[in-house]
Design a protein around this ligand. Structure first.
Ligand code: CA
Length: 228
C-alpha cells in the first residue's frame, strides 16, 4: 500500500488525516516541522506528500521547491486560507495539486488517488520531447520551439513537422506524408504537402536563417540531423 507523508503542524488536522488515511489502508508518516518533512520526503521512500504551507522551520512552499530538486514524488499542498498567491506559488514550485482548508476529506482522498495513479503511469516515461539542432518539439503539448522562441504553428503544420522529425534522415515521399499526416479527404492531392512544406519553411527556415527541410528532386522531402 502507498506510503503517505503528512507535513502539518496543526495537530487536530494532522490526527484527523492520519485516521482517515489509515482507514483507507495507507501507510502514514506525520511530522509538524518543515525541515523534518523535507528530510522524510527525500529519505523515507514515500509515495505522496501532503504538505501544509504555514509551517515552523521551513514553510511549505520552500519545502516543495527543495523536494523538487531531487524528487518527483506527488505533492498535494494545503493552504490555510483561500489565498490565490499561495496556490500559484505552490503550483509554480512543482506541487501537483492543492486543497484549501477546511476541505472535505472525500475530496482529498479522491485527489490522492488521482495523484498516485498519475505517478503509477509515469513509471515508464515515454519520450516527451524531440530535438533536432535548436528545434525542439514538446510531444505532450504539441508545441514547437526554436531556441527559446515558441513557434506559432497550426495543428497540421505541427503534425507534419513532428512526422518529419520522427522520420529524420529518411527521404519522405509526398504520398507518405499525405497518408500519415492528413485525413482521407485529401486522398491523392499531394499539392497540399507542398503548400504545408512552404509554410513550415517560412516559419522556420526563413525566419531563423537555417536549412532544415531539404527537397529531394523527384522524390520528396527530408529533415536531416546534421548537414553534410
Ligand atoms: Ca500550518
Amino acid at each position: 500500500m502507498a506510503r503517505i507523508l503528512i507535513v502539518e503542524d496543526e495537530l487536530k488536522i494532522a490526527r484527523f488525516l492520519e485516521l482517515e488515511l489509515k482507514h483507507e489502508g495507507y501507510d502514514v508518516i506525520i511530522t509538524g516541522d518543515g525541515r523534518q518533512g523535507l528530510e522524510k520526503a527525500l529519505n523515507d521512500d514515500v509515495d505522496l506528500v501532503i504538505l501544509d504551507i504555514m509551517l515552523p522551520g521551513i514553510n511549505g512552499i520552500e519545502v516543495c521547491r527543495r523536494i523538487r530538486h531531487e524528487s518527483q514524488v506527488p505533492i498535494i499542498m494545503l493552504t490555510a486560507k483561500d489565498d490565490v498567491s499561495d496556490k500559484v506559488a505552490g503550483l509554480d514550485t512543482g506541487a501537483d495539486d492543492y486543497m484549501t482548508k477546511p476541505f472535505a476529506i472525500e475530496e482529498l482522498l479522491a485527489r490522492i488517488r488521482v495523484a498516485l495513479n498519475r505517478k503509477q503511469n509515469k513509471k515508464e516515461p515515454k519520450p516527451t520531447t524531440l530535438q533536432i539542432k535548436k528545434l525542439k518539439l514538446n510531444l505532450a503539448s504539441h508545441s514547437a520551439y526554436y531556441g527559446d522562441d515558441e513557434l506559432t504553428l497550426t495543428k497540421k503544420e505541427y503534425e507534419l513537422l513532428e512526422y518529419m522529425i520522427k522520420n529524420k534522415n529518411i527521404v519522405l515521399s509526398r504520398e507518405q506524408m499525405l497518408n500519415n499526416v492528413w485525413d482521407y479527404e485529401y486522398f491523392g492531392d499531394t499539392n497540399v504537402v507542398d503548400v504545408y512544406i512552404r509554410y513550415l519553411r517560412q516559419k522556420i527556415d526563413e525566419k531563423y536563417g537555417i536549412h532544415l527541410i531539404s527537397t529531394v528532386r523527384g522524390v520528396g522531402y527530408i529533415i536531416k540531423d546534421n548537414d553534410q
